[in-house]
Structures are given as C-alpha cells and as structure tokens.
Design a protein around this ligand. Structure first.
Ligand SMILES: [Zn+2]
Length: 196
C-alpha cells in the first residue's frame, strides 16, 4: 500500500512511520531541496548529525548509510538514492537566519517553523529542534573547512528512499532558501509512504 503526499512549495508536513516502513522523497519538478527531521515515537530520541558522522565515518550519506539518533540507535537507513548528494551540516533555515544573513525584517517562510508545526500537529513537542537531513542539498567543504552551497544535483522525478529502523514521527519541509535551490523558484515535493 502506498500513500502519496504533496508538500506545497515552502511549506511542511508530518507523518508517522512504523519500523520497516519506507519513505520515498520525490523532487517532482527538479532542483528542489528539503529538510527532514525524525523523532522517535516515544519522543526520547532525535535525529543526530554528529552521531551519524561518528558511526558512518563521513559527512555525506547515500544508499546503504544509516541516520542515527542522539541516543545511538539506528533511526533510518537510505535504501535507494537517485541523487547521491545531501547535507547534514546545516541547521534548518529559520526566521533568525533570514534576518541575520538576508536582512529580512518581517516574517519569511522557513524550515524550522514548518518542521516544528508539522511535529506539533502530530502531537509531539519538537523543540529544541535538532539539525536536519537536508536532502538533495549540495553543500561542499574545502580542505580548510570553508562551506559553499552549490546547485542541487537533483532532477525532476529524482527520489531517495529511507527505511524506518524504529517507530518514528517525521517532519518534512520544502526549503524556501533560494541559494539552496540554485536561485530558482521554490517548488513542491512529493512523499510516498510504502507500508508493508
Ligand atoms: Zn530551509
């Protein structure tokens, strides 16, 4: 059985995954990045970039790699990946980031608020929100540690599939940062939940 969900451009959504179920993330139009945060169904464990770096021994993840929790348990495994480049370094964009880096004075749609709202709709308190898996985001690190954000490698129809290794709440956001999306228009994303 497959459930399909569309997340509108610059907005978010939440879902529940049971252990063994799979989530397929699809870049419908191409060039769109997004953020994913996972919290265990009991609320005690959160996605942790640092632990994922510890146990994977690298900062880039793709097929076969596991995303770990802050309590050192396996949360998600990437079982298929058309894109092969994602980011685990950057925190989700937030209203403060738009104010500090882009000079925005009023409100701006942002992944932090999208993700928090999606978790709250599921009845889970997300804050403090951990760093996200920024799927399809193409960030490079130079030998001296400098970061740059490049155009995403994802194309229309490209997808990645993750398998839940525990019962999870998941929040997703279509990222509204133009820099992450090659300066183009912000687009929707699609998600399919593949239940056993
Ligand atoms: Zn964002």
């Amino acid at each position: 059985m497959t459930e399909r969900l569309i997340v509108a451009a610059a907005s978010g959504a939440g879902l529940r995954l049971e252990r063994g179920e799979q989530l397929r993330i699809i870049d419908v139009e191409g060039g769109q990045t997004g953020d994913l945060v996972a919290i265990s169904a009991d609320g005690r464990q959160r996605l942790c970039s640092g632990r994922t770096f510890d146990y994977g021994g690298k900062i880039y993840v793709s097929t076969g790699d596991t995303l770990w929790s802050d309590r050192s348990e396996r949360m998600l495994t990437i079982v298929a990946d058309d894109v092969g480049k994602h980011d685990l370094l950057y925190a989700p964009c937030s209203i403060e980031m738009y104010q500090l880096q882009y000079g925005v004075s009023g409100y701006h749609a942002n992944c932090h608020d999208n993700l928090c709202a999606a978790f709250r709709e599921l009845g889970i308190e997300p804050e403090p929100l951990p760093s996200s898996l920024n799927f399809f985001m193409n960030a490079d690190v130079t030998a001296d540690g400098r970061l740059s954000i490049l155009a995403p490698k994802t194309r229309a129809g490209a997808a990645m599939t993750l398998r839940a290794e525990m019962d999870l709440f998941i929040a997703l956001s279509s990222c509204p940062v133009a820099t992450c999306n090659a300066g183009g228009a912000i687009k929707p994303l699609a998600f399919e939940i593949l239940r056993a």
